[in-house]
Design a protein. Structure first.
Length: 461
């Protein structure tokens, strides 16, 4: 860890102190108590703030993103030097860009990085010279099927330069000589990533990871980044059974780098979610972990099933976001990927149309609430033991049956208690009971709490 530099200002330390002053509440209670519309607006505003920055897998755009997140949470920023071996990969040279353009013969910028950072092939090496259109065209990328949109393209591991533009614009470029300039640098430096650890009662961890390396793209990248930051902020003030680790990393190389430097910490991860594409107007979707039936996989399905909204669940495949690395063979962590519309399944994916109009505060708030509910299930998924297992205990004499005033859902509540009592033999968790009974987890958890208060149930230690 000697190569690690830590960036944390006194303002951030004060912000942390402020967060910990918040009176503790249960993580589970945060769900219903959190106003989804209000949090959705906050997430959207953070996306709007991060949107203009030209990010990449390394460089100052990524660092600036981390420093803006530090206004929300006291994130630690690690710097890993170029050339560091991380499993089978090597931390690449650091890329930075100041300006880029293509000028026509009249000296007008016909393609201009200052108007959109998507116009430059991400990781372009520097260039400054004149060339005819035919030569320039070999370095231009467009989307003929979507002629008004600008694609997002990268060339991280193969040296190249290029520009991205709309197909219509390309077709309007007249023959002639063009001045091409990319004022970038690709030099020894470091790879940055952000990490925020929240200790809980247990050293067992829940991992929340998001790739943070895309430039001006909202759904793919910034929705996950902003939801993760505000989740971290919310959980900081809650009482937590689990410890939480938030990672803001460049895709692929970032998770590989983290895993290679934290093999021991990785073993403490019990559950995890990769957050991506959580702001579009489609329904929720979930990709299971490699294990397929891990507690996280079941907790997500439990929440989505009872949400009343359409959703899709897919099995693991070794393609996608950083779950690929967390679920690589030697780690096989219980990490799934939660999204709204699955990446690559919306035409705006990796184009200029994945912008601030494509994501909505309502969708962002809804995604946030559902993820929080999933964490609530994990926090409260306990195994209990019925303390009166011979026949049903008499609930009426304890005030638990029917004669409870004000409970409109008395019948559902009683059914939940009967299921919890019957199944709590030290072998079945609340999530097992939820799956078998079809009763929403929340209701079973409340029943368990009531029964525990009346001495009829004990948490298994
Ligand atoms: Zn992407």
């Amino acid at each position: 860890m000697s190569a690690t530099k830590t960036t944390r200002t006194s303002a951030e330390r004060e912000a942390q102190a402020e967060l910990t002053k918040t009176p503790p509440t249960s993580v589970f209670d945060l769900g219903p108590g959190t106003d989804s519309a209000e949090i959705g607006t906050q997430i959207y505003e953070l996306i709007a703030e991060l949107y203009p920055i030209c990010r990449s897998i390394t460089g100052n755009g990524f660092r600036k993103t981390m420093s803006l997140l530090q206004k929300q949470i006291p994130l630690t920023v690690h710097e890993v030097p170029t050339g560091t071996q991380v499993f089978d990969w090597t931390v690449p040279r650091e890329w930075n860009i100041r300006d880029a353009y293509v000028k026509n013969s009249r000296g007008e910028r016909v393609i201009d990085f200052q108007r959109s950072n998507l116009h430059v092939l991400n990781y372009s090496v520097p260039i400054s010279r004149k060339m005819p259109l035919a030569e320039l065209k070999e370095h231009l990328f467009t989307l003929p099927d979507r002629p008004d949109w600008v694609p997002y393209r990268t060339s991280y591991y193969k040296e190249n330069w290029g520009f991205c533009l709309s197909h219509n614009q390309l077709q309007k470029l007249p023959e002639g000589e063009y001045e091409v300039c990319i004022d970038s640098s690709l030099e020894n430096g470091s790879l940055s990533y952000g990490e925020y650890f929240l200790a809980g009662e247990s050293t067992d961890e829940i991992l929340i990871s998001c790739h943070s390396c895309h430039p001006s793209l909202c759904n793919d990248n910034l929705s996950g980044v902003s939801i993760a930051a505000l989740l971290a902020k919310s959980l900081a003030g809650a009482s937590r059974r689990y410890s939480y680790r938030f990672l803001f990393i460049p895709g692929t190389i970032g998770s590989i780098t983290w895993l290679s430097r934290n093999e021991e910490a990785a073993r403490r991860i019990r559950h995890g979610l990769v957050l991506a594409c959580l702001g579009d107007r489609g329904g929720m979707s979930y990709k299971r972990s490699r294990r397929g039936n891990a507690e996280i996989d079941r907790a997500v399905v439990q929440v989505l099933q009872h949400s009343g909204n359409a959703f899709a669940v897919r099995d693991f495949s070794p393609y996608g976001y950083d779950e690929r690395q967390y679920c690589s063979q030697a780690f096989d962590l219980a990490v799934g990927c939660i999204s709204r519309t699955h990446h690559g399944k919306f035409p705006e994916y990796h184009t200029s149309e994945d912008n601030l109009n494509f994501v909505s505060p309502a969708s962002l708030g809804d995604s946030f609430s559902k993820i929080l509910a999933v964490l609530g299930v994990l926090e409260e998924n306990r195994v209990y033991v019925n303390q009166s297992p011979k026949g049903e205990p008499q609930l009426g004499k304890r005030g638990l049956y029917r004669n409870i005033g004000g409970h409109v859902d008395a019948e559902a509540r009683e059914m939940a208690m009967l299921w919890v009592l019957n199944q709590s033999d030290g072998k079945h968790s609340l999530l097992d009971i939820a799956e078998r009974s079809g009763i929403v987890f929340d209701q079973l958890q409340r029943a368990a709490r009531d029964l525990e208060e009346h001495g009829l149930l004990k948490k298994q230690t």
